[in-house]
Design a protein around this ligand. Structure first.
Ligand SMILES: NC(=O)c1ccc[n+]([C@@H]2O[C@H](COP(=O)([O-])OP(=O)(O)OC[C@H]3O[C@@H](n4cnc5c(N)ncnc54)[C@H](OP(=O)(O)O)[C@@H]3O)[C@@H](O)[C@H]2O)c1
Length: 303
């Protein structure tokens, strides 16, 4: 796309920084919207990578509208709860419409929540709430759904219990789950931002793997025999989620322990499975597998 000018909110974040690099590499301009109190080192990194920096008050639609001027697409890679995903993204959307930006990519980057019922995943319910506003706005929207970031397998998401040599399975050990590397998600998002004809949803997965498949991959990568560990079925997991929510103090954390369990429930239920996949939409994309990520991780972190 000639003269593409991508306006990016959340550029100082983990995914946003990678999207910035991927767009600049493709020769387009990135206008990174940062806050006055964003980490100056992260802002400097964005500047060094070639992004144009626009410091804005995210509570001011007029500020945001000025920053969106001449934009060809607004991407949100913001992260947070209601105040950010519903409130701040709504102000950003209003600004994009006022500035006549033709396209908007919201901060979805998740499993397929369009098929889930309300109440099964707090963070994803907030995205659906924002979609109700987005789908009424006079702007073309594209959500990018990528499953879980693959690197979370190495510890943050409790799928593989490395010390116990077990892979957790909450119901069907053969249920496929979608995983995409964060860099691949950023590359694909950059390509989508520069593609004027994207549909409402784009679904990608660098790997689709079951708990049984993970047993095989992690056993090969470590040279040790891993086994499945089935603490129960989905009903028991749902009970555990309710119990954990009830006993833990209220917190403003984006990812309290029960939130990760909600993602696991959605993934093991098969309801959040991404299909059909749009992996082939942009030529030249190389997809990182769970095996790639685990082999690199275990190579760098030997027991
Ligand atoms: N599928 C998965 O497995 C997975 C995993 C992780 C994340 N994600 C998703 O990926 C997206 C990006 O997440 P991330 O991990 O890259 O987030 P992150 O590293 O925490 O970065 C969050 C970004 O949002 C900005 N931000 C937060 N609150 C804000 C506010 N009130 N006003 C303006 N800016 C605000 C931050 O700006 P400052 O630097 O100024 O604070 C930062 O740029 C989110 O949609 C997240 O849910 C998906």
């Amino acid at each position: 796309m000639d003269n593409a000018n991508i306006v990016l909110a959340g550029a100082t974040g983990n995914l946003g920084g990678r999207i910035t690099k991927a767009i600049v590499k493709r020769g387009a301009n990135v206008r990174a919207l940062v806050r006055p109190n964003s980490d100056p080192d992260k802002v400097e990194d964005l500047r060094k990578c070639g992004a144009e920096i626009a410091e804005v008050d995210f509570n001011s639609v007029s500020d945001l509208t000025g920053a969106c001027r001449d934009g060809s697409c607004v991407i949100s890679a913001l992260c947070g709860l209601r105040k950010v995903i519903v409130d701040t993204q709504t102000l950003l959307l209003d600004a994009a419409v006022k500035a006549k930006v033709p396209r908007f990519i919201p901060s979805d980057f998740s499993i397929d929540f369009t098929t889930l019922s309300f109440g099964t995943n707090r963070n994803l319910d907030l995205r659906r709430e924002f979609h109700e506003r987005l789908d009424k706005a006079p702007i073309a929207a594209t959500s990018i759904l990528n499953g879980m970031f693959t690197h979370l397998l190495t510890g943050e998401a409790p799928f593989i219990l490395f010390k116990l040599k077990r892979v957790v399975c909450w119901e069907n050990p053969d249920q496929l789950m979608d995983l995409t590397a964060i860099d691949d998600t950023a590359e694909f998002t950059a390509a989508a931002a520069l593609d004027a004809a994207t549909p409402r949803f784009l679904r990608i997965a660098g790997d689709q793997i079951s708990a049984r498949g993970l047993v095989e991959v992690v056993s090969e990568a470590t040279g040790e025999k891993f086994r499945l560990f089935r603490p129960g079925g989905l009903k028991r997991l749902a009970t555990l989620i309710r119990f954990t929510r009830a006993i833990l103090p209220r917190s403003s954390a984006v990812y309290p322990p029960w939130q990760g369990m909600q993602y696991m429930h959605n993934m093991f239920s098969g309801q959040a499975k991404l299909e059909p996949l749009d992996n082939g939409r942009y030529p030249g994309m190389r997809w990182t597998t769970a095996r790639d990520v685990l082999t690199t991780y275990l190579g760098a972190n030997p027991e």
